[in-house]
Design a protein around this ligand. Sequence first.
Ligand SMILES: [Ca+2]
Ligand SMILES: [Ca+2]
Length: 140
Amino acid sequence: MTRVYTIGMSVFLVAAVGLLLFLSSIKKTGVEYRTDFFVGLDSNRDDKISFIEWMAYYGGHSHPIEECARIDFYWGDCNKDEVLSWKEYSLVRKVGGEKFGGSSTCRPDISSQEKLSRAYSDALARENVLIEKYKFKANK
Ligand SMILES: [Ca+2]
Ligand SMILES: [Ca+2]
């Protein structure tokens, strides 16, 4: 009986240690910090949102860029590599951005109507370049 108890405890301890190792590996990759929306857009699971992944969600929207949250791609992609990292995304969307040191983002200065209009037209110009580059066609 004691032997069965010892084997049972050993199995339990091995399972518990395995679970702890699994949980600590998740924490190291920071997976738990990603929002469901970010993870949902990242269809190839490379932890970045490509233009095509972004537009798979936003490309079907018919409203203008001035009224659409898809502009966050252009205002969030600070290094202009045409993908949103989690850091870029979380800063522009203000979700968990404090983990990266606060408010630094490349969101343009929109402190006046003139600057806002320029920021919108710059974003639209960039979008048109990316649509052409990636041959994006919306599924409407
Ligand atoms: Ca991706
Ligand atoms: Ca980027």
